[in-house]
Design a protein around this ligand. Structure first.
Ligand SMILES: O=P(O)(O)OP(=O)(O)OP(=O)(O)OC[C@H]1O[C@@H](n2cnc3c(O)ncnc32)[C@H](O)[C@@H]1O
Ligand SMILES: [Mg+2]
Length: 200
């Protein structure tokens, strides 16, 4: 079976990569399968820089093709925050509940039409023998006034998808995986998958 390695320790992302690549016959491995590999420090200032850092660092360590995902939530009324700091917005613990509570507090009193936001995802593919490639996807929405729904992960409960009239966390995985920022980026990656995964 074809195998791809995703340089993530985020279980929510890992699950979505499995769901989106399994139907194409791929065995997805993540850093949850390589506990000896340490967390890569995300020193970049953009999703693209961080995705490249993560993919190249792990690709060098494993000596093979490695794919990464750097993603986050951009909120217009907060001048783009939490952005690349989405995972640790409320502190180093990477706590989804605390991150959402902080965002909701900062948006208190902001009217619906000013609560526009988007999820962004950049996927990087690092190949020891080639230049690193990147694929970026986005998903537009609004920030709700309270959490809604149990599916997904991260900021999904406070992100409202207008065309579905539901929060991202109220949408089952099959739907999220058709419309999300990650689905958008993966669609672009899949369009070039054969050349992307060629070793030489
Ligand atoms: O770096 P890795 O190990 O992949 O895992 P991470 O959780 O640190 O991931 P990021 O650095 O890319 O930070 C992204 C954060 O943005 C949020 N996020 C990303 N994709 C999301 C999604 O599909 N739904 C909700 N929140 C998401 C979530 O809170 C993540 O922690
Ligand atoms: Mg991270």
């Amino acid at each position: 079976m074809k195998e791809i390695i995703i340089a993530t320790k985020n279980a929510g992302k890992a699950k979505e990569f499995v769901q989106m690549f399994a139907p194409m016959g791929f065995m997805v491995k993540t850093l949850l399968d390589y506990p000896e590999i340490e967390d890569v420090e995300e020193t970049g200032t953009t999703f693209e820089e961080n995705a490249i850092i993560k993919a190249e660092t792990v690709s060098k360590q494993l000596g093979t093709i490695v794919i990464s995902d750097d993603s986050g939530l951009i909120i217009d009324a907060l001048d783009g925050k939490p952005g690349v700091y989405s995972a640790r917005y409320a502190g180093n613990g990477k706590n989804d509940e605390e991150n959402m509570t902080k965002v909701l507090g900062e948006l208190k009193g902001v009217p619906t039409d000013k609560r526009t936001a988007r999820f962004c995802c950049t996927i990087a593919v690092a190949n020891p023998k080639k230049k690193t490639l990147t694929f970026t996807g986005t998903c537009e929405g609004l920030i709700l006034e309270e959490k809604r729904g149990e599916f997904g992960f991260g900021y999904d409960p406070i992100f409202y998808v207008v065309e579905k009239e539901k929060s991202m966390a109220e949408l089952p995985a099959e739907i999220k995986n058709q419309i999300s920022h990650r689905a958008d980026a993966i669609k672009k990656l899949k369009a070039q998958i054969n050349s992307v995964l060629k070793e030489g």
